[in-house]
Design a protein around this ligand. Structure first.
Ligand SMILES: *[C@@H]1O[C@H](CO)[C@@H](O)[C@H](O)[C@H]1NC(C)=O
Ligand SMILES: *[C@@H]1O[C@H](CO)[C@@H](O)[C@H](O)[C@H]1NC(C)=O
Ligand SMILES: *[C@@H]1O[C@H](CO)[C@@H](O)[C@H](O)[C@H]1NC(C)=O
Ligand SMILES: *[C@@H]1O[C@H](CO)[C@@H](O)[C@H](O)[C@H]1NC(C)=O
Length: 633
């Protein structure tokens, strides 16, 4: 401490360097690019330099220790052969293991003070992971050797302040910092994993008039045309009554996506009579509420996810609705993770700096940030996603590590893999310079699907004319998201499955349009039916499809597995990937061997015997997997 005070009171950089080892943090030391961005997300354009006096809520994410061990920690509690299988960590244990060191904190604080941002202007976040300081654009530009611009979308809407293609840190500070925000990041909220209307919208994309289902069959003879709860139960042998609700299950939605509560009764009235009157339990995060009177366009995702999740787990299992974001700002993945884990939390009750195109913003955000106040459910399903190219690597890595921490705590986190095959959301693909564009040639992997610490779910369907008992095929109506990450390395649990596929069924594409290195994480992990779900919206039934359907559906079955294990006094299944790829489990899925996931002007990858980058290991065979999971300690 004394040394630091000395440093900050001395004016001369020369003197500093002769005095002490922290001198490399003086403003004069060599700077290196810390993060760079090759292009801004599609549609955003810089319109002017940011005002020097604009105040930015600067957040410095400190380097966390022990992250290099996170995979072995996770395997230790998640691999079926581990003696510690199921012995999940407490939130406090997680926070302790990854809390930045005092040395890191001191070095970064000293650097800030050297640049005029003295300790009295800073705060340390509750979990010790972030230093927070309000600074002007002028100060931030000097500190980070960058230029800030105001960005806009020509389509209108909010402005966003971000810095130009890179920001820089002194070489020896760089290793103590994971990332700094707001800088390059466009933490854009709520891109649902595209709900496909399974009949085409009218010309001009007007309301869903004429698309409603005229005759609701609700029998097993028509599952190729209309998926219902009974069809899914028949497909996956999901015949299980959750008797007591000991396990917890949550569905994530991002405002403004919402549902009409009365649609539950239309759905249950037709398909699950004893659930009429039932509603999900709202867990509002950062002001999330159930909005009414919203355009029909915002009802598809939430209605689909919740009607099927609730219908499949039945009336004895409470379904939590994590509704993220208020009606002013909406919400993003970071808002969700903040609420679930204080060690991730960037803010304590302040404004949210990372999201969402709000700078310069004078309007009050209207909500208090929640920080570690929500105990995570055992199973969480999320049908929203980004493209990796929307985000910076450090940003994704920090978030991905957070999913690993939730895994350590025993959470199963499922993500929809996306609906544009080997392309990204909205069918965007990559140019060789890294920009995203329609018609570009390079495969565009999704996030967080490429994060190895989530379970990524692709989509299947019943082939037209086939009975519910026939093997399914990979979704043919849209390309189920799949492929190889450009950011994340292949995790241990997946190596043999992925290398096996590459060796046996080498994809016929030049290596400059996909990540053919064999060292990167591949997805999805599993799949589930994702076509023609019969969903009640505004009192009528419409067909909806997408991996958006596959994820909550699969999550419902995992919730039943947890129920069975908890009733036997066992732990929840937690992070399932090391288990499902193990020799004992991988054969227990319904292998999907027909179909592919087109995108970026190609046929995409092919579904094959065993794991493939279209349908993963296959769909859940509930009786077999339940039995195997009950065998584990
Ligand atoms: C899916 O639903 C649409 C609209 O109800 C219907 O026309 C179609 O036959 C169904 N089946 C398939 C395989 O698309
Ligand atoms: C079944 O669905 C229809 C809409 O197709 C709705 O009008 C009806 O009320 C529902 N039945 C019940 C018993 O809720
Ligand atoms: C990237 O490449 C595409 C296609 O060649 C081009 O249209 C675009 O202007 C380039 N963008 C940048 C930022 O260089
Ligand atoms: C392919 O993936 C690896 C690991 O995820 C990454 O290091 C590499 O940069 C990626 N290649 C391209 C061309 O993006």
């Amino acid at each position: 401490m004394l040394l630091r005070r000395l440093l900050t009171t001395l004016a001369s950089g020369v003197l500093l360097s002769s005095l002490n080892p922290l001198a490399h943090s003086s403003p004069l030391s060599r700077r290196v690019p810390h993060e760079t961005r090759r292009s801004v997300p599609l549609g955003w354009q810089p319109v002017r330099r940011a005002e020097p006096s604009t105040v930015l809520p600067l957040r410095i994410g400190l380097a966390q220790p022990n992250l290099h061990l996170i995979e072995s920690f996770l395997n230790d509690v998640s691999h079926p052969d581990s003696p510690n299988y199921g012995k999940h960590w407490s939130a406090a244990e997680v926070a302790e293991m990854f809390r930045p060191s005092d040395e890191t904190l001191e070095i970064v604080r000293t650097w800030l003070a050297d640049n005029g941002i003295h300790e009295y202007r800073t705060r340390l976040s509750q979990g010790g992971g972030w230093i927070l300081a309000d600074v002007t654009v002028e100060e931030a530009e000097a500190l980070l050797d960058t230029d800030y611009y105001v960005y806009e979308k020509p389509a209108g809407g909010k402005e966003h302040i971000a810095c130009d293609s890179a920001y820089h840190l002194p070489e020896h500070i760089s290793e103590h910092v994971e990332l700094i925000m707001p800088t390059l990041h466009f933490d854009l909220p709520k891109r649902r994993s595209v709900v496909k209307r399974t009949s085409k919208p009218g010309v001009g994309g007007g309301p869903r008039v004429g698309q409603k289902i005229k005759v609701v069959f609700n029998d097993l003879a028509h599952c190729d045309e209309q998926i219902t709860l009974d069809c899914l139960r028949a497909l996956y042998g999901f015949d299980y009554d959750i008797a007591s609700s000991k396990s917890t299950f949550a569905v994530v939605e991002f405002t403004p996506e919402t549902h009409n509560p009365s649609d539950f009764d239309v759905f249950f009235g037709n398909f699950s009579k004893d659930q009429v009157g039932e509603r999900p339990t709202l867990v509002g995060i950062d002001g999330g509420v159930i909005e009414t009177d919203v355009p029909e366009d915002f009802l598809g995702e939430s209605s689909l996810d919740l009607q099927y999740a609730m219908g499949l787990v039945g009336k004895n299992q409470e379904v939590l609705l994590y509704q993220v974001g208020d009606t002013v700002e909406g919400g993003s993945f970071n808002n969700l993770l903040d609420a679930l884990d204080a060690s991730f939390c960037t803010f304590e009750g302040g404004d949210d700096p990372t999201q969402d195109g709000i700078y310069p913003d004078t309007a009050p955000g209207g909500f208090d940030e929640q920080c570690g106040s929500i105990k995570s459910a055992d199973v969480i399903t999320n049908s929203y996603g980004y493209n990796e190219a929307d985000l910076t690597p450090f940003y994704m890595i920090r978030q991905c590590n957070e999913y690993a921490k939730l895994g350590l705590m025993g959470v199963s986190f499922l993500y929809a893999s996306g609906d544009d095959g080997v392309g990204g959301n909205d069918a965007l693909c990559l140019e060789s310079n890294g920009t995203q564009a329609l018609g570009a040639p390079i495969f565009n992997p999704g996030f967080p699907g490429g994060c190895p610490w989530v379970t990524n779910v692709g989509a299947t369907q019943i082939a037209p004319g086939n009975p519910v008992t026939a093997p399914e095929i990979a979704s043919a109506e849209f390309g189920s998201g799949g492929g190889w990450s450009n950011v994340f390395a292949v995790p241990e649990y997946q190596k043999s499955a992925v290398l096996g596929y590459l060796k046996e069924f080498p994809p016929p594409y030049p290596s400059d349009i996909w990540n053919s290195t064999g060292i990167s994480r591949a997805f999805p992990d599993i799949a589930g039916n994702g076509w023609n779900y019969t969903v009640a919206i505004d009192g009528e039934f419409v067909p909806i499809g997408g991996t958006s359907a596959s994820s909550p559906m699969s999550a419902s079955m995992l919730t039943a597995v947890n129920d069975a294990r908890l009733r036997k006094g066992k732990s929840p299944i937690g992070f399932i990937n090391p288990t499902i790829y193990s020799d004992a489990f991988r054969g227990l899925f319904n292998d999907i061997t027909i179909g592919s996931n087109p995108g970026c002007g190609t046929n995409g990858f092919k579904a094959e015997r065993g794991w493939d980058p279209v349908t993963g290991l296959g769909t859940i065979n509930f009786p077999k997997l339940l039995a195997a999971w009950l065998e584990l300690p």
